[in-house]
Design a protein around this ligand. Structure first.
Ligand code: ATP
Ligand code: MG
Length: 358
């Protein structure tokens, strides 16, 4: 079996505290399931590097990373030192764009023992994926201001939906739905209000659905869809949205399933032409950095997603993913827990417990 090469980028703040725990658990899984992995650490794409060099990354960052199979990423951003638009656009958003990581994937699952902010929901009621388009759509820089400073001042902001960009994210989402027991897909839309792009998006959804006769699908307007995330999360299995709608849903979903400290994410180039990137949903959390109290579970769960993706169906990798999730569940249920989950344990204790539970 080919050795999977993993680039490790801890980044800023608590990225440096949770990364060792992610690596501890991934390494334990690799040992247990005999997975050939290699790791190389990069101490750039962080704000200290920016302070020293005036850049977030070296000029040859693309060449340095492009032959890796995955990037395991902590967090980036230290607003007291570097404005977020510089640190983010200088690192993470370049990876997403230039490595064509067009799928942003976030599992939303209520684990036993996690306090759920929704009333009357049990583990099992919330278990779905949000699939967000990550490269085009509403997030464009096409447009501008006219008649500035006058009463006629007008601002235009274009959305760009290509058939290639839309069909590939829909295909990914339908494939994912087709691989799951319930085979349900919901497409976010707003074709009753956004009169050009969204009716076309709906047409592409219907066209893609024709290739997946076993998948039951529907489309829901983003407003009612948000309401249903909160009221009836058990309805969902795979939810796909454009860049903007997916962005909203991929924060709302994990919020419905508990603390941000446990939520994982993947930025995928499914064709594997470029490395895919795996990172916790949370940021660098300057407010708690330096005390070793950050919850490492988002980092660890992201590591499990990384192994699942790297295995590409290989049963040892799939088993490693499943075993890490069971170890996370056991540790959430029995402790130790970090303060954000009502416990008193530190980051290292939680990572060590999950590795031991494996
Ligand atoms: P982003 O960098 O993604 O824009 P942000 O800077 O707005 O995010 P975070 O850094 O994620 O936000 O922090 C938001 C809040 O959540 C902070 O109060 C932080 O302490 C808390 N938090 C974030 N991650 C964790 C974690 N792993 N464990 C415990 N608390 C966390
Ligand atoms: Mg931040």
């Amino acid at each position: 079996m080919k050795t999977q090469r993993i680039a490790v980028i801890p980044g800023d703040g608590i990225g440096n505290e949770v990364m060792p725990e992610g690596l501890r658990v991934v390494a334990a899984a690799a040992a247990k399931f005999d997975l050939p992995l290699s790791f190389q650490r990069f101490d750039w794409a962080n704000c200290d590097y920016w302070q020293r060099t005036g850049r977030m990354m070296p000029d040859d960052w693309f060449a340095q990373l492009q032959d890796f199979d995955a990037i395991y990423f902590g967090a980036v951003g230290w607003p007291a030192l570097v404005p977020d638009h510089i640190s983010l656009w200088g690192s993470l958003l370049r990876f997403r764009r230039e490595f064509d990581q067009y799928v942003n994937l976030r599992p939303v699952r209520l684990m036993p023992g996690v306090p759920c902010p929704l009333a009357n929901k049990q583990p099992g009621d919330i278990d779905f994926y949000v699939v967000r388009e990550n490269t085009e759509g509403e997030y464009s820089a096409v447009g501008g201001r006219m008649y500035e400073g006058t009463e006629r001042e007008t601002v235009l902001q274009e959305s760009i939906f290509t058939r290639k960009g839309t069909d590939r994210i829909l295909k990914y989402a339908f494939e994912l739905a087709n691989s799951r027991p319930r085979k349900l897909l919901t497409a976010a839309t707003k074709s009753n209000g956004i009169a050009i792009s969204m009716p076309w998006w709906d047409e592409r959804v219907a066209a893609m659905a024709a290739n997946y006769p076993e998948v039951s699908w529907d489309k829901q307007h983003i407003d009612i869809l948000c309401a249903r995330f909160v009221l009836q999360p058990e309805r969902f299995d795979v939810v796909v949205g454009s860049n903007l709608f997916g962005d909203i849903l991929s924060d709302l979903g994990p919020a419905c399933a508990g603390t941000i400290g446990i939520a994982p994410s993947a930025n995928l180039n499914p064709e594997r032409r470029f490395p895919s990137l795996f990172e916790p949903v949370h940021g660098s959390a300057p407010d708690i950095y330096g005390r070793n109290i950050a919850n490492p579970i988002g980092m660890i769960w992201s590591g499990a997603m990384m192994l699942d993706f790297l295995g590409n169906g290989n049963e040892r990798y799939t088993a490693a993913h499943d075993a890490i999730l069971r170890a996370i569940e056991a540790t959430i249920a029995d402790g130790p827990r970090t303060p954000d989950m009502g416990g008193t344990a530190d980051t290292t204790a939680v990572g060590t417990a999950i590795a031991a539970a494996l």
